[in-house]
Ligand binder design. Structure first.
Ligand code: FAD
Length: 417
């Protein structure tokens, strides 16, 4: 059976659902296909941080030496890397190393600032307008530090943000416990990225999925795309396990699976998964006041209403979404080195692993395919796919409707690889 559709979105994660929302608002017809349950991919169990402060791409000077240093301390390392001789994987690693330079950062900063601020404003608007009850908190994101070296790095980041007219406040040893009473004496200072916010991503995505359904989207779960057929620079058919679709426009938002879904289309989508883990428990007696990032260990701590979530690790090249219990335990132990968490309070209800879709220059891919007039790519958001979701959704709808996007997408253009 062949179904004709207006916009066909492949992937129902933070990016696909956000695109669906803004496309529907603009009057387009939308079908969302997902190989599993919509909203349950790599977006649901993440840290829930909305971080317009995050303006520096992952590929930046100093990243490679730091990663090597971390790997020499395996039990505490926030970073891991798969060993594989696959040419695509080795090519990706070489491209990533080559992109760790000042020019990449210069290109990335205005682009991330533009889409990050747009997205943060869209979250606030959408959550208010749609009355989403998803533990949304605009209290900032507080980085906590235990060593002078990392604290100096945090202060440097705060200065960088000030240079770009973005807020960041520094707290010394005496002031930090007033800002975050749960911080232990081991914490010597902190930086509050006060324009950031947080929410419960699983609840947000469930509400967004329900809202999109009410707005008229055709939501198809457990419907994997097996093939995309193109003719004369145009996608003509999208083949799934439950029949074929004949779309006017396709949005590819399949996260870490995007290269697999697009194979056969002769476009370069160099994305590798960067796996990470989370554990979630009921609210503890000494809940932190707001969202935290533990500087040396790169672990996120997020109060989410009646829940508390810890998130960490970045393992390049790992595609399985099976949580590794050794790392889950390490994350939980590391959090207790920074903040008060009574051991008896730790009742782990949920463990999770997800994949950050990561490009070699650390920037997302947003724009029309260089080879197909009716294919928009919206993928590769790495560690920012939730945060940049509603911003990406808006610009995808604008591109689909032939309008100028609200922010500059040149650094994210699809044909750059
Ligand atoms: C530990 C961890 C913590 C994180 N914390 C944050 C955070 O605090 N803030 C933030 O902004 N980001 C965070 N991220 C990153 C964020 O989770 C990702 O960037 C985001 O999930 C990517 O969204 P997406 O919609 O592109 O992909 P996904 O959410 O992975 O969605 C892609 C969808 O495509 C579907 N799909 C795949 N193949 C097919 C197919 N063949 N046919 C149909 N459908 C298919 C999948 O089932 C999936 O549902 C974190 C990630 C991890 C791992």
């Amino acid at each position: 059976m062949t179904t004709k559709t207006d916009v066909l979105i492949i992937g129902g994660g933070a990016i696909g659902l956000s695109a669906a929302y803004y496309l529907l608002k603009s009057g387009r017809g939308v079908t969302v296909l997902d190989k599993a349950e919509i909203g349950e991919g790599s977006s649901a169990g993440n840290a829930g941080h909305i971080v317009p402060s995050h303006i520096v791409p992952l590929a930046a000077p100093g990243v490679i030496p730091t990663a090597i240093k971390w790997m020499l301390d395996p039990p505490r390392s926030p970073f891991g890397i798969k060993i594989s001789l696959s040419p695509a994987y080795l090519g990706w690693l070489m491209r990533f190393a080559a992109a760790c330079n000042a020019q990449n950062v210069e290109r990335g900063i205005p682009a991330f600032k533009g889409i990050g601020l747009l997205s943060a404003a869209n979250f606030a608007q959408m959550i208010t307008e749609e009355n989403f009850d998803c533990a949304y908190a605009e209290g900032g994101l507080l980085f906590l530090y235990q060593t002078e070296k990392e604290f100096a790095g945090g202060r440097h980041e705060a200065e960088l943000l000030h240079k770009h007219d973005m807020p960041a406040e520094i707290f010394g040893r005496d002031a930090i416990r007033e800002r975050e009473p749960a911080a232990l004496e081991t914490v010597i200072g902190g930086v509050d990225f006060s324009g950031d916010s947080s929410l419960h991503p699983g609840i947000f995505l469930r509400l967004l999925k329900e809202r999109i359904g009410e707005m008229g989207a055709d939501l198809r779960e457990h419907t994997p795309v097996t093939r995309i057929i193109a003719e004369n620079g145009k996608i003509t058919h999208v083949v799934t396990s439950a029949g074929e679709f004949e779309p006017r426009l396709v949005v590819l938002a399949a996260g870490a699976w995007s290269p697999q879904v697009a194979r056969g289309l002769s476009i370069s989508i160099p994305i590798q998964p960067a796996r990470g883990y989370s554990l979630t428990m009921p609210a503890t007696k000494t809940m932190p006041r707001g969202a935290l990032l533990l500087g040396e260990r790169k672990i996120a701590v997020t109060p989410m209403g009646s829940k508390l979530r810890f998130t960490g690790r970045l393992e390049i090249g790992e595609m399985s979404t099976e949580p590794n219990m050794r790392w889950i335990a390490n994350i939980e132990k590391a959090v207790r080195e920074y903040i008060r968490v009574d051991e008896s309070d730790v009742v782990i209800e949920e463990t999770w692993a997800g994949l950050r879709p990561t490009t070699p220059d650390g920037m997302p891919i947003i724009g029309f395919s260089p080879r197909h007039e009716n294919l928009i790519l919206a993928t590769g958001h790495a560690m920012l796919g939730l945060s940049l979701g509603p911003g990406t959704g808006q610009v995808v709808a604008e591109l689909a409707n032939g309008q100028n996007p609200a922010c500059d997408l040149q650094a994210f253009r699809a044909g750059r690889f």
